[in-house]
Design a protein around this ligand. Structure first.
Ligand code: FAD
Length: 510
């Protein structure tokens, strides 16, 4: 048997949360190793030539408002390590069947003008809603993108926005997107424009907690933009790994952790699939909750097992990348300049998608999150050519290759409705169904992109009700994936926060 390697801390998983956790530990002087099951680092933030040579596809995630706004990444010199954010002219466009589109610009006044043009008054209403949050954005992001419990951010919010403003924000957290749209808009375009962003999460627009999902993403559009890394998503995790390396930390790929070793109630290290042993007094697992339980096995107290097993995952996903002979020919001009396009049309049609998936029915007209990174970043494709990326939520019935491919046809038909001629531009495509996604990254349970559903209870208490949700009953073992507060999207907050608590607990200088 090979002797065990000894380090101060181990991190399981090299996605944005694993890398953020490792950086936090390395910055505090800890000798840290990240173990990654896949042959490449980066988790759900990597790029590859999936379709054909010369076309850079983002294998999973692609557009990063939360990363651009992340207080965690803001503490890191990522530009020095190769990260260059590309901001498209339009952050997001939501085309409608009449050939027009609601648009989200970084500039609030351009957004207001677009929405007012679509229905007089809707732009001004958005401005009245958004301006106080944008004026106090630092306090808002400290609340939403701080760790749990959000006490420090909450106090900053009260100081910045006053009690009344904070109570209005609390209402926004609890209300539905339906209600927010009723409060603000009279026209159909602005309503659909809001609902498209709601569907980045998985809460239906009529449910509590959906308003903030859409509203916050739109606010991020103004405060930070919806950028992508130049050259591909992998440039972001590449920069994180490079910075980690400069601090003395390292990532070992092809190392699937098979067991977390516990001795006398304390974590002692891990064993990999290949039988390699690592010893460390601190382990941060950026896995799914159920995977964490499997890795620990019988050593985990039964009460914690029972409570963590209640954790629920979100819907399955089908994702497609295309190599195109030219730009996607959207009818709406705003969509031609947008990095992200929400494809689904009217608000009712968009919500019908969530309802159908909930009921286990296959939506005939799926709602798509569509990215076209090559519009603003020519390095993604050969001259004159373009890339497209899209995903959609699907019910359990979309299982097996035939059902997945039939759904890809529905997705393509949906694009064709708003961009006639799209099909003719397709040079090649690459499809990932729910099972493929999970095989490529164990955290994508059943093809869930969110690391767990965002239903309101599980957004607040994530992964379970606790004042310190990153802690486990095993001393020295922490959970820091997107299944911990504040959840999915690329911002590194759960990983960073779990590592911060681990350092505080270890009673060594922070
Ligand atoms: C198709 C898709 C599209 C998305 N689009 C966006 C988007 O546009 N913008 C956005 O902000 N977010 C998006 N997301 C969500 C975002 O990618 C995730 O929220 C984020 O990557 C979560 O980070 P993480 O570090 O917690 O986990 P991950 O990035 O999933 O990384 C977890 C890592 O842990 C590794 N691992 C798991 N188990 C083990 C083990 N036993 N041993 C060793 N390694 C292990 C995995 O291999 C993986 O590399 C998308 C996700 C998907 C799947």
């Amino acid at each position: 048997m090979t002797p065990a390697q000894r380090v101060d801390a181990l991190v399981i998983g090299s996605g944005p949360n694993g890398l953020a956790a490792a950086i936090r530990l390395a910055r505090a002087g800890r000798d840290v190793v990240v173990l990654e099951a896949q042959p490449q680092l980066g988790g759900a933030v990597i790029s590859q030539e999936l379709t054909q040579p010369g076309f850079v596809a983002d294998t999973f995630s692609a557009v990063y408002p939360a990363a651009a706004a992340s207080p965690v990444f803001a503490r890191m010199p990522l530009a020095d390590h190769g990260l260059d954010w590309v901001h498209p002219e339009v952050a997001m466009a939501h085309p409608m069947p009449d050939g027009r589109a609601g648009a989200l610009y970084r500039e609030l006044d351009r957004t207001v003008a677009n929405l007012d043009d679509l229905h007089p008054g809707d732009g001004r209403a958005w401005e009245r809603f958004a301006a106080p949050y944008l004026d106090n954005f630092e306090a808002l992001r400290a609340t939403v993108l701080g760790g749990f419990p959000p006490v420090v951010g909450g106090a900053r919010l009260v100081a910045a926005m006053g009690l009344q403003g904070t109570l209005e924000f609390a209402r926004l957290l609890l209300t539905s997107a339906d209600q927010l749209a009723d409060d603000l808009f009279e026209g159909a375009h602005a309503r659909a424009w809001l609902f498209g962003s709601v569907l980045h999460g998985d809460i239906p627009a009529e449910e509590s907690g959906s308003a903030i999902a859409g509203g916050y993403l739109q606010l991020l559009g103004h405060a930070a933009g919806w950028p992508s890394p130049r050259g591909g998503a992998g440039a972001l995790t590449g920069a994180l790994a490079s910075y980690l390396g400069s601090l003395g930390g390292s990532v070992q790929v092809g190392q699937r952790v098979q067991r977390i070793v516990v001795a006398r109630g304390r974590v002692a290290g891990v064993v990999t699939e290949d039988g390699e042993r690592f010893r460390a007094p601190t382990v941060i697992a950026t896995t799914s909750p159920h995977a964490l339980l499997r890795l620990v096995g019988d050593a985990m107290p039964a009460d914690y097992v029972r409570r963590l097993q209640r954790f629920r995952y979100g819907p399955r996903t089908v994702k497609v990348d295309w190599a195109l002979d030219g730009p996607t020919p959207w009818t709406a001009p705003e969509a031609r300049q947008a990095g992200t396009v929400h494809v689904g049309g009217e608000a009712d049609a968009v919500t019908a998608q969530t309802t159908a998936v909930r009921r286990g029915e296959i939506p005939e007209r799926p709602f798509l999150l569509f990215g076209q990174q090559s519009i603003a970043d020519p390095s993604r494709a050969p001259a004159g050519k373009h890339t497209a990326w899209a995903y959609t939520r699907v019910p359990g019935a979309v299982a097996g290759p035939d059902a997945v491919m039939a759904h890809v046809e529905r997705m393509t038909d949906q694009i064709e409705r708003f961009a006639p001629g799209f099909r003719d531009l397709v040079l090649s495509r690459h499809v990932q169904g729910p099972d493929t996604l999970q095989a490529q990254n164990a955290n994508l349970v059943g093809g869930d992109v969110g690391g767990g559903t965002y239903r309101l209870d599980q957004t607040v208490f994530r992964p379970l009700p606790s004042l310190l949700p990153y802690a486990t009953p095993i001393d020295g073992l922490w959970i820091g994936s997107s299944s911990a507060f504040p959840g999915g999207a690329v911002h590194g907050v759960p990983g960073w926060t779990a590592a911060s608590y681990a350092l505080a607990r270890s009673r060594l200088p922070l």
